[in-house]
Write a protein that binds this ligand. Structure first.
Ligand SMILES: [Zn+2]
Ligand SMILES: [Zn+2]
Length: 240
């Protein structure tokens, strides 16, 4: 469940609800071995859907710590009847939130992440899957920890300040804000997978690795092979 603001900032942590047969908590062994990263907050749900308890955690640990005192929250499914008491209880003293609900069936038109965001995310994940399948790499992306690592790394790449203009499109395109200036930008897939380094088959920039380019880091611009991106967990925050 990513959140973006109207300045084109992707918030951290990324809130993840995983479907678990054990119910709304992870088993002790799973909890102990769970992949953790500074940019993910992982919870369990028997249905895989967000329930009241998840919403409470999301408000308290993801939303309120990262927004200003007066906020408009645009959200695509919100039951006022069920959630008002919960929101009131989770709202810290002196803070104010106005909820704007995107009407059902209009999300492709005016839910910012639906307008421009989720599709980029899926395309990016798909490129990683394709590479793994094509090169027959043993990293089992369907397993819990590899799936979490994948989302953490994608979120990290998408958080690069390079993509701020892209995230803004979800707000300006439906008309939440006027935007007269046309700013050119590259999508994460274009920047990371279609760079010159990719086209020219550059070698991985981590010495002495000789493997071929898999991804150009959206932060440091390093040319990375799959191992140095995924297996070695290239979590980057150094902008170059
Ligand atoms: Zn990097
Ligand atoms: Zn390498």
């Amino acid at each position: 469940m990513p959140i973006i603001d109207a300045n084109g900032k992707l918030f951290s942590p990324l809130f993840i609800v995983m479907k678990e047969v054990t119910g709304d908590t992870f088993g002790p062994q799973v909890q102990r071995d769970l992949f953790t990263a500074p940019n993910t907050l992982v919870t369990a749900s028997s249905s895989g859907k967000m329930k009241k308890e998840h919403l409470k955690v999301w408000l308290e640990e993801v939303f309120f710590p990262h927004v200003g005192d007066r906020t408009v929250l645009v959200i695509d499914s919100w039951s006022t009847y069920k959630n008002t008491a919960l929101l009131d209880a989770a709202t810290p003293e002196g803070r104010h939130v106005q909820i704007v609900t995107v009407p059902p069936k209009t999300t492709p038109l005016c839910q910012p992440l639906d307008v421009f965001g989720f599709r980029m995310w899926k395309t990016f994940v798909r490129k990683i899957w394709d590479w793994v399948v094509r090169d027959d790499i043993q990293c089992e992306l369907h397993l819990r920890n590899a799936a979490l690592k994948l989302q953490s790394l994608v979120h990290n790449q998408f958080s690069s300040p390079r993509f701020r203009e892209m995230w803004k499109v979800g707000w300006t395109h439906p008309g939440y804000f006027e935007n007269d200036e046309h700013v050119e930008f590259k999508t994460p897939s274009q920047f990371c997978f279609e760079s010159d380094a990719a086209k020219e088959n550059h070698r991985c920039s981590v010495a002495p690795c000789e493997k071929t380019h898999f991804l150009t880091c959206a932060w440091c611009k390093a040319t990375l092979c799959f191992e140095h991106f995924f297996q070695y967990n290239h979590f980057c925050e150094v902008i170059n």
